[in-house]
Write a protein that binds this ligand. Structure first.
Ligand code: UVW
Length: 331
């Protein structure tokens, strides 16, 4: 296991603070240039659209960890209510609680349904904003950690990144296929930088500055089979932060619950989630979690093409430290 001194040496090496200016809140998304966006669009040849989002609903992966719950979806108006109000609604109800609604419904054929959702922003397919993880009182680019308040993140919130889309060239690294696994990468087998290089070489794909790397570990497929949100699996070894830095990758996403390997035995002594600390706080590199990559992996295996146009804008929730996303790959 690595020591905190090892960690600090890597942190000093990968830190991007000041690289794009002292007030920068985009981090490595700055690497997505206009040329990169055009290059990504030029990868589209078949016109195939592949959704990469999971379901947002009560059968999601949350609940295993008590501080997060699955989305709660509630109907606020539905057709049944409308008929009930028109036919049976007592006057006091029409006048009070549902006065506006019953007025819409009375004496005309128009009907509508409305709904709402209550959910942790990290509940399902999502981006971690740069303000999601910090240490030693500093966020990315040295912004003070206390700038994240009960009013939300005044620095590095998810709303700050909308100017970037987020869209770029995506590259899938299919570790499941490379390992010859049936479903998913087994727990206790972290994915190393060398393995990522090997997968890319075997797939015949290169990774360039500004790309978004998408790693297929099979965890989401396994979760859909078992329904167990706490199912252990493999993720990126923490040293992959340096690999992402050296290649000038814009962001990384995976189909598991935290991108990085969850086993503390493979991490850094005295810390939790060291890759989160390095990526979000030191590099300014966003992490995408709980992406559904099975369909994309199947398509890439079939045509042998592992690059695509990725379109993955987070919901612009003001001051949020993460947000749902419904990413799509276009090939
Ligand atoms: C934490 O880092 C706490 O969570 P996540 O895996 O959602 O990024």
């Amino acid at each position: 296991m690595a020591t905190l001194d090892d960690f600090r040496r890597v942190a000093d090496d990968v830190r991007n603070w000041g690289r794009w200016g002292d007030d920068d809140e985009l981090g490595t998304l700055n690497l997505i240039t206009a040329e990169k966006v055009a290059e990504a669009a030029a990868t589209v040849t078949k016109g195939t659209v592949i959704p990469l989002g999971g379901d947002f609903g009560s059968s999601g992966p949350q609940g295993a960890f008590k501080f997060r719950q699955n989305p709660v979806h509630v109907m606020t108006v539905d057709g049944g209510d409308a008929e009930t109000l028109v036919r049976y609604g007592p006057q006091w109800l029409r006048n009070a609680v549902a006065a506006d609604v019953s007025a819409f419904f009375a004496d005309n054929p128009f009907r509508f349904n409305d709904d709402m959702i209550v959910m942790p922003l990290q509940a399902a397919t999502q981006w971690d904003a740069l303000s999601h993880v910090y240490y030693e009182d500093k966020l990315y680019n040295g912004f003070p950690a206390d700038s994240v308040t009960s009013f939300g993140a005044f620095h590095c919130g998810i709303d700050k990144v909308d100017v970037k889309g987020i869209t770029s060239r995506g590259v899938l690294l299919d570790v499941v296929a490379h390992r010859g696994e049936d479903v998913f990468c087994r727990p206790g087998t972290p994915i190393t930088p060398q393995e990522l290089d090997d997968v890319a070489a075997a797939q015949g794909v290169s990774i360039g500055s500004g790309d978004v790397v998408v790693v297929h570990t099979g965890w989401w497929t396994r979760f859909l089979d078992t329904g167990d949100g706490a199912e252990p699996g493999a993720g990126l070894d923490w040293t992959c932060a340096s690999w992402l830095h050296d290649l000038d990758v814009a962001a990384v996403a995976a189909d598991n619950l935290m991108v990085e390997d969850p086993d503390p035995a493979n991490g850094v002594e005295g810390t939790f989630l060291p890759m989160h600390m390095l990526c979000l706080r030191d590099m300014g590199l966003m992490l995408g979690e709980y992406w559904n990559l099975a369909g994309l992996a199947a398509d890439c295996r079939q045509d042998g093409v592992y690059e695509f146009q990725l379109i993955a804008p987070p919901l612009k929730v003001v001051g949020a430290v993460g947000a749902p996303v419904n990413p799509i790959a276009i090939k």
